[in-house]
Design a protein around this ligand. Structure first.
Ligand code: FAD
Length: 317
């Protein structure tokens, strides 16, 4: 009897994908600042949308211009998407869940608008209530962690650094909310956020230990700092990681990632040190920060998560 029950459970788990497409409708559009736009999506089955980590990533599936969003099957959606005619399949882009309200069947996504250069930013900038798209995301029915999130500090984290550009602000907002009341009283939490302009400094709910520094690229004199420069300067100048020196510096591995060919994505083990950093943004800036922290300062790569969220001059395709 036990054997039969277990076999059924195994079969059900194997049949239920950890991620699947959800067809959704734009329910609300809220301008948070010059750069940030919050879109609330609603859908009949959004009560099944999962949310396993504060930096939970998802995919936005947009239709080709003037067409409905193409159907993707629940199982193996990515293979079907890649196999479809590029002119017909629409666009898939990566975003972060800012909030999920299963009872209301709603999901919020915060878009950092960057004009019409990409289909996702262009779509979001013109989104209106009632428009249909698809979100591809964690499936609550899967029954365990669906993955797609990287925030993983050690339980005794006392020296925490979080840094990102505007594309990482939604994830950082979620992380700071999650951190409230969980950090040791004496912990240091430094947060650096590079954004287009001062008015993009959002009000974030954060632990009282948080030292939040917004880094607007648009200066009072009207000049604009290059993308990523302020973030690089801030993180490289921060006091962080004294207790996270690598036993043997692995300098040879630091510069091996070609950010024009592969995604810069290294996830900290989250154990073994009370120092922990989570850093995301434009891949060139993240590579410079990684080189500084790991090679020049000798900080253990296992204590820092580095993520190239986008690459200047390259579409996500
Ligand atoms: C895990 C993860 C989570 C993310 N979460 C979010 C999120 O919550 N909110 C969010 O806004 N973005 C987020 N991003 C970043 C987002 O996926 C990219 O900005 C994406 O390229 C946008 O798609 P697009 O169609 O607008 O532009 P694409 O078609 O991908 O690119 C077109 C052009 O625009 C440039 N470009 C792309 N993004 C930007 C930018 N932000 N500023 C200036 N130029 C840009 C590219 O270099 C390219 O030249 C996330 C990325 C990852 C990997």
């Amino acid at each position: 009897m036990t054997t039969v029950t277990t076999a059924r459970a195994d079969r059900r788990a194997a049949d239920v994908p950890s991620w699947r497409p959800f067809r959704v409708t734009v329910a609300r559009v809220l301008r948070l600042s010059p750069c940030f736009l919050r879109i609330t999506f609603t859908g009949d089955d959004l009560d099944e949308f999962g949310h396993d980590g504060p930096d939970q990533r998802i995919k936005l599936h947009l239709p080709p211009a003037g067409r409905p969003v193409p159907h993707l099957p629940a199982t193996d959606w990515y293979t079907h998407y890649r196999a479809a005619d590029p002119a017909e399949r629409g666009y898939v882009r990566t975003y972060t869940i800012r909030a999920v309200r299963p009872a209301a069947r709603e999901v919020d996504v915060d878009f950092a608008l960057h004009g019409d250069a990409g289909p996702a930013s262009a779509w979001a900038g013109r989104a209106v209530v009632g428009q249909e798209v698809a979100l591809i995301g964690p499936n609550r029915l899967y029954g365990s962690d669906c993955r797609g999130h990287e925030w993983n500090p050690p339980v005794d984290a006392r020296d925490v650094l979080i840094a990102g550009d505007e594309t990482a602000v939604p994830a950082i907002g979620g992380i700071l909310e999650r951190l409230r009341g969980t950090l040791p009283e004496t912990a240091r939490l430094q947060v650096f956020l590079e954004v287009p302009e001062a008015a993009d400094a959002l009000t974030l709910s954060a632990p009282h230990q948080a030292e939040i520094t917004w880094l607007p690229r648009l200066r009072p004199d009207g000049s604009v700092a290059p993308n990523g420069q302020l973030l690089v300067d801030a993180v490289c100048g921060a006091e962080f990681g004294r207790g996270a020196r690598a036993a043997a510096l692995d300098a040879s591995a630091v510069d091996t990632v070609d950010i024009d060919l592969e995604v810069l994505w290294e996830v900290a083990a989250g154990v073994g040190s009370s120092a922990y950093a989570w850093i995301a943004g434009e891949a060139g800036a993240i590579k410079t920060i990684r080189r500084h922290l790991v090679r020049e300062r000798g900080i253990d790569k296992g204590a820092v998560t580095f993520m190239g969220y986008w690459r200047a001059g390259r579409s996500e395709d």
